[in-house]
Design a protein around this ligand. Structure first.
Ligand SMILES: Nc1nc2c([nH]c(=O)n2[C@H]2C[C@H](O)[C@@H](COP(=O)(O)OP(=O)(O)OP(=O)(O)O)O2)c(=O)[nH]1
Length: 266
């Protein structure tokens, strides 16, 4: 489900899903490939007689992507995509609510044109999400660990390789052959921080990495709450409150998880 969640947040899904129908859509925030709250999308929808629309992502976590209209010829538009596990599959439910400002005539255009376009866009987007999620599903996984204590998150500063030196990340590393993700979390935290942790659930969506792997973050608590993690392989470790999380010079992939990590602490 978290891989589907990542595909749903990917700018390629938003753009390709629409392009297939001759609708031009583009993410206005190209710095991240996964959309984060605050990112805007711009659309030009000729088929429905609508000129330009601009929407803003207001939520992007493991189970939900939400956007609202911020400019365009509708009085209101809200799009929610909700993911749920269903018998080994991931179920995606889309709901779109919009209001046209043109009275009865607008409502007629809605029924005749609007709904048809919306359904076609959703079907095309669903295909794009499925393709991307399938492409990522076989990737090797890097686990990241969100260790929390007293409303703070443990973050660590990399020492190497040179291009990442000074950047901040979560403890973790590659899952080895035959190892479960939870076991990898326990092993990496022992190696990197010298502490035992108890893994919990998941946080945020997966994040595709440029090296062909998939970053997947698990929550964890210290087995001994009094234990002090130390920087065994890293330059520094730090317990960060939610308000500090936006200020770190994160590895690029972690940046798109900051809002989910903040929610975890809230
Ligand atoms: N551990 C960790 N790795 C991350 C994060 N974000 C991110 O992009 N990565 C990338 C950096 C690396 O390309 C890859 C895993 O790196 P690593 O050096 O921690 O993994 P490892 O211990 O298994 O690697 P190695 O030293 O055995 O070569 O994942 C993160 O938050 N934590």
């Amino acid at each position: 489900m978290t891989t589907v969640g990542a595909a749903l947040r990917h700018t390629r899904t938003a753009e390709d899903g629409l392009r297939a129908l001759g609708i031009q859509g583009r993410a206005l925030t190209p710095t991240a490939e996964l959309l984060v709250p605050g990112d805007d999308l711009a659309f030009r929808v000729r088929k429905a007689g609508l000129a330009r629309l601009r929407t803003r992502i207001v939520r992007a976590d493991a189970g939900r992507l939400e956007s609202v209209l911020i400019a365009g010829p509708l009085s209101e538009l809200r799009h929610e995509s909700v993911l749920a596990e269903a018998g080994g599959h991931t179920l995606l439910t889309d709901s779109l609510r919009w209001t046209t400002p043109f009275g009865p005539l607008g409502r007629l255009a809605d029924v005749v044109l609007g709904r048809r376009v919306v359904l076609a866009v959703l079907a095309s987007r669903l295909r794009a999400v499925g393709e991307l999620a399938e492409e990522w599903a076989g990737r090797p996984v890097v686990v990241g660990t969100a260790i929390t204590r007293g409303g703070r998150l443990l973050v660590q500063q990399r020492h190497f390789p040179a291009r990442d030196a000074g950047k901040w990340e979560l403890p973790g590393g590659r899952v080895e052959a035959g190892e479960s993700e939870q076991d990898a979390v326990i092993r990496e935290c022992k190696e990197e921080l010298g502490v035992d942790v108890v893994p919990g659930g998941r946080v945020g969506t997966d994040v595709p990495l440029h090296n062909g792997m998939l970053l997947r973050v698990h929550t964890a608590e210290l087995a001994d709450p009094e234990a002090e993690p130390t920087a065994v392989e890293h330059r520094a470790v730090h317990w960060a409150p939610a308000a500090e999380l936006g200020a770190f010079d994160w590895l690029e992939a972690d940046r798109v998880l900051v809002h989910s990590l903040r929610d975890l602490l809230a």
